[in-house]
Design a protein around this ligand. Structure first.
Ligand code: FAD
Length: 557
């Protein structure tokens, strides 16, 4: 028996293969619906924290039994904060819930949406029968598997580069930096060899690469040069970026400030170069403009060029006809396209938004039931309300043009408010809203998006029972083709780019840019407040204080 639970009762949408999906009817089911959550990162943890677990039988699968506060990973690479200060055991988080949530430390290796099962493999020793794999059945599947580092299949990257994605990566980098200094300090190396050992290369000038370069610069100049005075003049940090500027997703003012600051600090920024291969001694790169090939010897390379798809997601996308995509396509309600009761959020998913105009046209078509080409003013009013619920940007547009009501809007789109019924002027209306489409950009792969999606989805799950008991829903959602929940809407609260030397740049909502020492204090307070528990908050703040007083620890353990 299917166990739909009747969440999305009133919604129907054509399937990818053209077969119309029938409206689901709520089912009476004595057992609790089973929710399987894959992943304990930003999206999965935010979903679990906000879910009313008394309503479901919840099982969580992840190969790591903790949540990691990734924005502080660059600080872990240099010992500004300790690794254990930014992780919270997932069992600490779920034990606070009213009902028991089961956690399995394992990796999901296959998603079988046709049979509503996931196949998982434990990281631990096999059981007595020699099995390390187990199957979990689900009624609802929440996929929050994140992404992996993208090497763009560049030869030698996997073997020779460090990545900065997981806690283990940051710990390895910390050891490797100290290794380079210890090696360069050995008496049997000549000056050239010492220089090579102390050349730190960062491939990728995005926020992670830039923050790591800044952290490393501070670590070297505030702590390591005091301990290794004989090699102080041999250290070099280089950032290689394929675009024309570093931090090119940030405001231009921030990008220019960062480049100027790095130049003052002696961090070399090489823009317009693509790394084509990495050997154990040097990177080979190609200038994008002239095509000449050059090689740079290094002591350590950190590869930070963006994210790619996890194999289990690639396999799943192939099964459901979403091959050749970077991430799972979902609709605005985070439902995976072409699958029933499967949701995807965070870095492993992208919301595939229908074009606003297509949607607006279909809303007009639904409203014009008798195909007469006319609507009453009341019907028109309902349409506008529906459009505004779906696309709050449209409401902003109304406000920006001082259009306060339907009559104003009608005039703006060339309609006539004197009549009782209105001739449909879809084209006029479309042109009045034509700029809105350009505002619908795809969402960035950030913790902010992942956490908001987790919270949104848990709210939908928490209201499922209410929807089941009142299947007709609020008046405006009754017609078929509509949905009971508002679509997911992302709220951007700004982004930070720490640049070292107690200076940070921040891009805040409303086109505000703030750079400097005071912004660093804003960064400290925001990141302290965003910690998932009081325990990690206390640990992080005490690590910062320790660093201010005693400096960073350079032991290689
Ligand atoms: P993740 O947080 O990566 O979680 C994925 C989860 O899935 C993990 O628990 C993982 O163990 C689990 N998993 C993986 N494979 C499997 C499997 N096969 N089966 C089961 N579970 C599996 N974003 C910001 O907004 N601000 C920042 O300042 C910022 N700084 C960052 C700094 C660094 C160094 C990095 C790497 C990222 C940063 N990000 C930042 C981005 C942010 O971390 C990601 O966007 C966010 O982690 C995405 O959340 P997620 O839940 O989709 O994935």
């Amino acid at each position: 028996a299917t166990a739909s639970g009747g969440v999305f009762v009133a919604y129907s949408e054509p399937k990818a293969n053209g077969v119309e999906k029938s409206s689901e009817t709520p089912q009476v089911n004595s057992r609790k619906q089973r929710v399987v959550v894959l992943g304990t990162g930003w999206a999965g943890t935010s979903f679990l924290k906000n879910l009313d677990s008394s309503m479901y039988d919840v099982q969580v699968v992840s190969p790591r039994n903790y949540f990691a506060f990734t924005p502080l990973l660059p600080s872990v690479t240099c010992g500004t904060v300790e690794a254990r200060s930014i992780v919270e055991p997932i069992r600490n988080i779920i034990k606070k819930k009213s009902e028991e949530i089961q956690f399995f430390e394992a990796e999901c290796v296959k998603i079988d949406a046709a049979n509503k099962k996931v196949c998982c493999r434990s990281n631990h020793d096999v059981n007595l029968e020699g099995k390390e794999e187990f199957l979990l059945d689900y009624d609802y599947l929440v996929i929050a598997l994140g992404a992996r580092s993208n090497t763009f299949n560049t030869p030698g990257v996997m073997e020779n580069c460090h990545f900065l994605k997981e806690i283990e990566d940051a710990q390895k980098i910390r050891r490797s930096v100290v290794d380079c200094f210890e090696r360069a300090n050995l008496p049997n190396l000549n000056e050239e060899e010492k220089k090579t050992n102390l050349h730190f290369l960062i491939v990728g000038g995005g926020p992670t690469g830039v923050e790591f370069a800044a952290e490393l610069h501070d670590f070297v100049h505030e702590d390591l040069v005091k301990l290794y005075p004989m090699v102080r003049d041999l250290v070099k940090i280089t950032v290689v970026q394929s675009g024309d500027h570093i931090l090119n997703t940030f405001d231009e003012r921030i990008s220019s400030f960062a480049e100027a600051k790095f130049q003052r600090d002696g961090i070399e920024v090489k823009t317009g170069y693509r790394v084509v291969s990495v050997s154990d001694k040097a990177i080979i790169m190609k200038a994008k403009a002239l095509g000449e090939i050059s090689s740079i010897p290094y002591g350590m390379v950190v590869w930070s060029t963006g994210i790619g798809t996890r194999p289990v997601i690639m396999d799943f996308m192939e099964q459901i006809g979403q091959k050749d995509r970077r991430a799972l396509a979902t609709d605005e309600w985070l439902r995976v396209k072409g699958c029933e009761n499967v949701f995807a959020l965070g870095d492993c998913a992208t919301i595939h938004q229908r074009r606003v105009m297509e949607d607006i046209s279909s809303i007009f078509t639904i409203a014009d039931k008798d195909n007469s080409g006319t609507l009453t003013v009341k019907e028109f009013q309902d349409i506008i309300e529906d459009i505004v619920i779906r696309y709050p940007q449209v409401e902003l547009y109304f406000k920006s043009k001082h259009l306060c009501n339907v009559v104003d809007l009608l005039k703006d789109s060339g309609g006539d408010d004197k009549k009782d019924s209105i001739e449909l002027d879809i084209e006029g209306f479309k042109s009045a809203l034509s700029h809105v489409d350009s505002q619908m950009k795809s969402l960035p792969a950030t913790a902010q998006v992942a956490a908001q999606q987790g919270e949104y989805l848990s709210r939908c799950f928490n209201h499922m029972k209410e929807c089941k008991d009142n299947p007709e829903g609020p008046l405006r959602f009754r017609q078929s083709g509509r949905h009971q929940f508002r679509p997911f809407q992302y709220k951007h609260f700004g982004q930070f780019a720490p640049l070292g030397g107690e200076q940070t740049a921040a891009e805040l909502p409303g086109d505000w840019v703030s750079i400097g020492h005071s912004t660093q204090w804003l960064w400290y307070s925001v990141y302290a407040s965003k910690q998932v528990s009081w325990r990690t908050r206390a640990l992080v703040v005490s690590d910062w204080t320790r660093r201010f007083i005693f400096g960073r620890d350079s032991s290689r353990i």
